[in-house]
Design a binder for this molecule. Structure first.
Ligand code: SF4
Ligand code: SF4
Length: 443
């Protein structure tokens, strides 16, 4: 089959060789977890526990009555020793539940396998997904139950599972597809049922032949599910690019995948859906890629949500050299950190410890008007102008240049010979434009 792709994008050095062939290692529960009550798109949760309470693995410890939210659960059993604002990967402090582990891993009574999965209806599956606190595990952390319900007047005809994992260094999804292909396919079937759709595609970049083979074998007996090999190009895994590559459908400017009848979920999210529905297990752990030239033992680890990044680094042998930069996520879309005293959250796909040379690619210089950022932009935007307008505070002009269509893929920054911080500037423009629209009551 000919691998599919999209216009624009970049060919980055992938740096995945240190982790992509090693099996996922499950880390033991840490002595203490810090579980933020807001680690998703939508309203923050209110705590359902108080200091001194004993909690069990999978017990709901935070929830909200807001329409768009995701409950959070204890990832270890033990005692609640604090509920206070704690630093987060995003750079702000968030109200968090601190639990001291008793190392017993006692399961909450609600966590039990479900015998009647085949009889569940779409709404029941979505309710389980909501209660399990499942969010998009590709990094966006958008609540999955919400995504599975189309707005009035719209409908889905296709489910796409994103297994492209195009960010350099990251290989967590790759390993998951190799090691748990049947669970991902089970998750895909549940997503089909939840959306009332009969067609699912699993898009995987062709530099992961073992994952393509494993997923093809696992999905082979279900003719509703097809694996689609994709060309190796960043940002192949961005929703709009994925939909174009697989279906040839273009999401309209300012639109969403549902506008072309599609819902996209990450393969890790599908596995989490399977765990919630079949095993009754909420989202309390995830696979994280730990990589970069400054980590002693690069690998993929299965980590309890709330584990401090410094404990993850220690479990991977510690530093092999002092890192010049610590990034949560991938190098293209991730966020640089000032401390490792921050927890792994549901959206943490990677912990990168970059050396001087790797990090040096990020220092900015003046624009030389080469136009490479325009060429690389898969959304056909003018990154240099949007970023310049944002830096000058001319947000109306940035809006006129369709800043809101930016998917924050980072391609423009990646190809820029002057290493300009284009994405950061465009992000600023987007949040300012959105805030202004909200203030004026516009959508
Ligand atoms: S402008 Fe936005 S969508 Fe275009 S390359 Fe830059 S980050 Fe990606
Ligand atoms: S790639 Fe960088 S230097 Fe070239 S036009 Fe864009 S912002 Fe300017």
């Amino acid at each position: 089959m000919v691998a599919k792709t999209f216009r624009g994008g970049v060919h980055a050095h992938y740096h995945k060789e240190d982790t992509a062939t090693k099996p996922i290692r499950k880390l033991p529960p840490p002595a203490r977890v810090v579980i933020p009550l807001h680690q998703h798109t939508g309203a923050p949760c209110e705590p359902l526990v108080k200091v001194g309470d004993e909690v069990k693995v999978g017990q709901k410890i935070g929830d909200s009555s807001a329409r768009l939210t995701a409950p959070v659960h204890a990832s270890v059993s033990g005692k609640v020793v604090g509920i206070s604002p704690q630093p987060q990967p995003g750079g702000r402090d968030v109200l968090s539940v601190v639990i001291e582990s008793d190392s017993n891993e006692t399961l909450d009574e609600h966590v039990e396998p479900r015998a009647d999965v085949a009889s569940l209806g779409a709404d029941e599956i979505k309710a389980i997904i909501r209660e399990a606190g499942i969010v998009g595990l590709g990094g966006a952390a958008f609540p999955t139950y919400f995504k599975l319900t189309p707005p009035p007047g719209k409908s889905f005809d296709t489910v796409i599972l994103n297994g492209s994992e195009c960010e350099p260094y990251l290989s967590a999804d790759h390993r998951l597809m190799v090691e748990r292909p049947r669970d991902i396919v089970d998750g895909a079937r549940l997503l089909l049922k939840a959306t009332g759709v009969n067609r699912a595609y699993i898009g995987i970049e062709e530099n992961k032949p073992d994952a393509i083979e494993a997923m093809s074998n696992a999905g082979g007996e279900d003719d509703r599910i097809s694996v689609v090999p994709l060309k190796v190009k960043y940002p192949q895994g961005a929703e709009k690019q994925l939909i174009w590559a697989i279906l040839g459908r273009e999401v309209p400017s300012g639109g969403l995948p549902v506008d072309v009848g599609v819902v996209v979920n990450n393969v890790g999210t599908a596995a989490a859906v399977r765990d919630a529905v079949f095993a009754g297990m909420p989202l309390v752990e995830r696979v994280v890629t730990v990589a970069g030239s400054c980590i002693a033992e690069p690998q993929n680890v299965l980590v309890k949500v709330g584990t401090l990044v410094r404990d993850v680094i220690e479990a991977c042998g510690g530093y092999s050299a002092p890192p010049a930069k610590v990034i949560i996520g991938g190098p293209m879309m991730g966020v640089a950190q000032f401390t490792t005293d921050i927890p792994v959250t549901k959206g943490t796909s990677g912990v990168l410890l970059l050396g001087k040379e790797e990090a040096a690619q990020i220092e900015p210089m003046p624009c030389v008007r080469c136009g490479k950022c325009v060429e690389a932009c898969s959304m056909r935007l003018m990154p240099l102008w949007i970023a310049s307008y944002a830096e000058a505070g001319r947000f109306d002009d940035a809006e006129r240049m369709n800043a809101l269509d930016c998917i924050e893929c980072g391609c423009c920054s990646f190809v820029c010979p002057s290493r300009r911080r284009l994405v950061q500037a465009i992000r600023l423009a987007k949040s300012e434009i959105t805030a202004r629209r909200r203030r004026s009551g516009a959508k």
